[in-house]
Ligand binder design. Sequence first.
Ligand SMILES: Nc1ncnc2c1ncn2[C@@H]1O[C@H](COP(=O)(O)OP(=O)(O)OP(=O)(O)O)[C@@H](O)[C@H]1O
Length: 245
Amino acid sequence: MSTLQVEQVSFSYGDKLALQQVSFDMQSGRLNALLGPNGAGKSTLMALFSRLYRLQQGDIRIGGVSLRQQPRQALRRLGVVFQQSTLDMDLSVHQNLAYHAALHGLSSRAAAPRIEQELARQSLLEHQHQRVRQLNGGHRRRVEIARALLHQPDILLLDEASAGLDPASRLALNQHVRTLCRECQLTVVWATHLMDEIAMDDPVVVLHRGRILAADSSASIVARTGQPSLSEAFRQMTQDEGVAA
Ligand SMILES: Nc1ncnc2c1ncn2[C@@H]1O[C@H](COP(=O)(O)OP(=O)(O)OP(=O)(O)O)[C@@H](O)[C@H]1O
């Protein structure tokens, strides 16, 4: 069953059209890549998913529930890690999670086992009493993932999660998130402009200048264009688009 469906979504910032009639389905329990260069519209889409921006046209269904009609119910299924970190650097890992749980109305008794479970899932137990400032970039990202999963959603949105990490930490984070998909049946939307973060069998949505150029597995997109790699396929698709525009 598809857990996240985007239906004919358009969005403008004043005169600037950022998304045009965007429609696609994400696959359940997989890392779904949302691939697009800077300015493609990825962050705008993420902001619509999380209801930071209100839908102007179209709808988004989360677990079959309309974000337009039943926003609170739909949002319960969703965890979000934004591009910019919002952790408190001077609090410990555990304090950051406890603070977030309290903000969302969880009693400390209810929060404690969830925090423990998330710290374990993110392999952060040994770091829980360290200040976030003392952690490396990859571990900070994992704290954000733990925080986003505290209310036990089954869909996780990650906007350019690996930005600013060194290549080894990028790879480790990407593999960690894939393990979460496999072992916890989590559906992930991984927004990126980096092709090397995408595996050949990943479902991929290619976004360019606010429009969908392709929505298929990476391997199928590469095969269809007859190019040797996803980056070559992407280059060809965007060139064709430039000619057609
Ligand atoms: N607040 C805003 N006001 C006006 N235009 C905006 C605003 N935010 C984004 N845009 C424009 O909307 C388009 C999509 O931007 P968006 O940030 O969603 O792209 P992106 O794929 O996330 O790129 P990046 O990775 O650089 O954030 C771009 O043309 C951008 O300039």
